[in-house]
Each structure stands twice: as C-alpha cells, then as structure tokens.
Design a protein around this ligand. Sequence first.
Ligand code: NI
Length: 197
Amino acid sequence: MTVLDIHVLGSPLLRAETVAVTDFGDELQHLIDDMFQTMYAAEGIGLAAPQVGHTSRLAVLDVEKNPLVLINPEILSTEGSDKAEEGCLSIPDIFGDVERPKRVVVRALDRVGQPFEIDASGLLGRALQHEIDHLHGKLFIDYLSFMKRRAALSKWESLKEKYPLLLRKLMPADGQRASADDERSGRRARRVEEEVL
Ligand code: NI
C-alpha cells in the first residue's frame, strides 16, 4: 500500500466532475487501499478520489472506527439542518462552520459493486455529504459567507506556499507526530482534527 500525495486547493482536479466507476477490478481495489492508507496517514476521517488525483466517483470514510467505501454515491433524501465546523485534507489549517442537512440517506456501491443504503446524521451524516460534494467538484469553503470565504482564501494564500505544485506530501509517520502534538495542544485541536474530511 502507498501513501498518496493529496491535491490542495488550487488543483483543478478538486473542481472537476468525477466519472462513475464501472470496473471493480484490481486497479480499483489498490486505489481504495491506498486511499485508506493516505487518509489514516493524514489523520482524516474521509477522503475522495479527486483529492489524490483520480477522477473515479469514489470516497473512503472512517468515522468512529467504521471504515466505509462509497462508490457512485447518490443522496436519496435529506432532513433538517445543522451547523458544525468542518475542515478538509485538501485545505489544511482552514476551518469554517458549514450548514448542511442534519440527516441524509445515501445509496452507493461497496468495493465489490454491491448496492447498499446508509441513513446517517451527526458526524457521519456530515462526512458523507462533504465527500459526495468532493465527487462533484464542491468544497466546504463554497458554503461560507462571502466575508468568511474571503478571509479563508486570504489565509490560504500564505499557507499554500507550503505545498509546491499544489501537492501535500505525507510521511507515513505524520499521523503519529500529529497525535503527539495533539495531546500537547489540548481539546480544541482534537475536536478539529476529528472533523477533517
Ligand atoms: Ni474534504
């Protein structure tokens, strides 16, 4: 398994529409495994294929130790509304409150092409919507108010210099280092880290 580079804000792939998956062979299986590996190395709870340079309609999630593969997902219905802070592995160190439906029913295929439905609210419901957005070129900053988006983009102008070619290179040990830092920096860091998708 390989830890892949993550495309950061500015990479055109993050704004591209994806292509439905039709081939569930070895290539797809390897990509899924690499995406899980990459998500864990980055200490995220969700990762979509465009974030690692692929146009497949595919995302992986792991909310509260429940690994989930989402292929060609569709939102069947939504209910309510809820606001919470989000972050994104493709926009490191930028966070913002996003209002989304509170509950969502999603239909998708699993890694071998079997259909399933999932009915989720809370963090999983939010993560599902954030990842499905990625598969249609949409990012959480798109939901921010004009002023908050402008502030986020201006902060990103200086942060993005850390990512030559708009690629975020992860070390397999990144996760461990982040955990140690996290313990030192307390509760807020932990809360935010859980919500990086
Ligand atoms: Ni994201």
